[in-house]
Design a protein around this ligand. Structure first.
Ligand code: GDP
Length: 479
């Protein structure tokens, strides 16, 4: 009887008698894809009774209450929800982006739609939201690669035409380096710094490349400067044995340490415990940067999705005890486009995802695609231009943003013609004429001002299709 009671305690919160399961929701995406904004908006809309007509539990009035609770993992930093919301609502600035893993527990008390018994008709769902940099997922392939293979591939990539310029200083340093020479900490540090600087340059707005392992070189979390992060690829002679004390010997050990003390623990302790996943992508930025960036995003998507479907015999496959059954791939910042372009954005992302799924030979999880804005910073309008009606978006461009030579001060509301995405999604993969303009006028807008109701209540943050995202990720748990 004791065993039975303990088992019951595990699923029943004794203070309430609620049936109380837990779901771990992973939120990821490459840097600046919109993870912080998404989590803040999701929580704010649930805590403040947001307008979520497509989120059935909310729309049907079955949510009795939502609140934040102590998270289960004491060693993981808490997602700084209150700070982020204050920054957005009071400062009308965007919050500080994700730099490392963090977690937040949101609990929902709800009434079941079916309600077949009085005891089980009321439920409590604890949602552990786990925010982590998508860059960290790009490290999974390293597990099976030795230092020589990693070095060869990284250097080959650095020498490709689109990257050669940015990799220039690193490649020059590499030319002047003898991997067989006795290890010199300063040289190791300089190589690492030059390699990391090249990876960071590839992520710039103009190039917007995505596939850049090792992931922690871009997002070190709290490991910056540690030996396990202070390595770089070397030009190695395949037939040669390098001594332990040589530069090659030392960097190889650091590379192996990176895999065993950085990469593996993340997958084991965090990734392997997720139930559902949302993957945010900034497709607009890649589309604007051109076909190279789009193809690169496709490769990154393939690598990321491959983590969710590891082979059974692989290191990660043998580790996973539960499987992620639903993955949402969401193109964020759809508020930068007029509604008419949203289906086009979705079509482009669907195409990216399809080929990634094919290449990752994906089957188990249901993968959905959505164009969304977690926070809607613009509204739509139409303006007349020489008798033509132009669909525009209206918002307050951030200070320093420029359109057609005009620089904004962050105070004036402005109508922007956002441009058109191509109707044929294939076109974003095709070379553009050298002098062609980017398809979308991408201006960063300030977060919206929140209206107040007649009673003086602040409304929740406006969004585009955040409710559809919630329905896909959580709806069945609250049914
Ligand atoms: P993270 O690195 O994935 O955490 O990215 P953030 O959530 O910090 O988002 C990066 C930037 O993208 C923000 O500072 C905003 O400028 C912009 N952004 C993110 N989500 C949205 C959105 O829903 N709408 C708009 N207009 N901008 C967004």
């Amino acid at each position: 009887a004791d065993e039975a009671r303990i088992a019951l305690d595990n699923i029943t919160d004794r203070t309430s008698g609620f049936f109380s399961p837990t779901i771990r929701l992973g939120v990821t995406g490459l840097s600046r894809a919109g993870k912080t904004v998404f989590i803040s908006a999701l929580v704010h809309n649930l805590l403040h009774d947001g307008r979520l007509p497509l989120f059935s539990a909310q729309a049907e009035g079955r949510i009795a209450g939502s609140y934040l609770q102590e998270q289960p993992d004491a060693a993981v930093p808490r997602f700084q929800y209150e700070d982020h919301i204050r920054t957005m609502l009071e400062g009308r600035e965007w919050p500080a982006s994700t730099r490392a893993i963090s977690e937040l527990r949101l609990t929902i008390d709800y009434e079941s739609a079916s309600g077949w018994s009085r005891f089980f008709s009321r439920g409590r769902l604890a949602i552990d939201i786990v925010d982590y940099p998508g860059e960290w997922l790009l490290d999974l392939p390293l597990i099976d690669k030795d230092f020589a293979t990693f070095s060869r591939e990284a250097i080959e990539r650095a020498r490709t035409p689109s990257r050669r310029d940015m990799a220039g200083p690193f490649l020059a340093l590499l030319d002047a380096t003898d991997p067989a020479a006795p290890a010199d900490p300063e040289r190791a540090q300089a190589l690492h710094a030059a390699f990391a600087a090249y990876l960071t340059a590839c992520r710039g707005d103009r190039t917007a490349l995505s596939t850049l392992p090792p992931g922690r070189f871009l997002m070190p979390g709290d490991l910056e400067g540690s030996p396990a992060l202070t390595f770089a690829p070397l030009v190695l002679d395949p037939g040669k044995a390098y001594s332990r004390s040589s530069l090659a010997g030392v960097l190889e050990r650091r590379y192996e340490a990176y895999k065993s003390v950085v990469v593996k623990p993340f997958f084991r302790e965090h990734f392997a415990r997720l139930d559902r996943q949302i993957l945010l992508i900034d497709a607009l930025q890649a589309i604007n940067a051109g076909p190279e960036a789009v193809r690169d995003l496709e490769t990154a998507l393939t690598d990321i999705l491959a983590c969710f479907r590891p082979g059974r015999a692989s290191w990660l496959g043998s580790l996973l005890t539960r499987r992620i059954d639903r993955i949402l791939v969401a193109a964020t910042k759809a508020d930068h486009l007029h509604r008419e372009s949203h289906p086009r954005l979705e079509a482009i992302v669907q195409r990216l995802v399809n080929s990634a799924i094919q290449r990752a030979r994906f089957s188990r999880a249901e993968v959905h695609v959505l164009a969304m804005a977690a926070v809607r910073a613009t509204r739509e309008a139409t303006i007349e231009d020489h008798g033509d009606k132009l669909p525009v978006i209206v918002g307050v461009p951030m200070a320093g943003e420029t359109i057609a030579g005009e620089t904004f001060d962050g105070r004036i509301e402005t109508a922007v013609f956002p441009g058109d995405l191509p109707a044929d999604p294939g076109l974003v993969f095709a070379e553009r004429p050298v002098d062609a303009e980017a398809p979308v006028n991408f201006v960063r807008f300030r977060p919206p001002r929140l209206e107040r109701t007649a009673e003086g209540l602040t409304l929740s943050l406006p969004h585009i299709r955040l409710d559809r995202a919630l329905e896909f990720l959580l709806g069945d748990y609250l049914a």
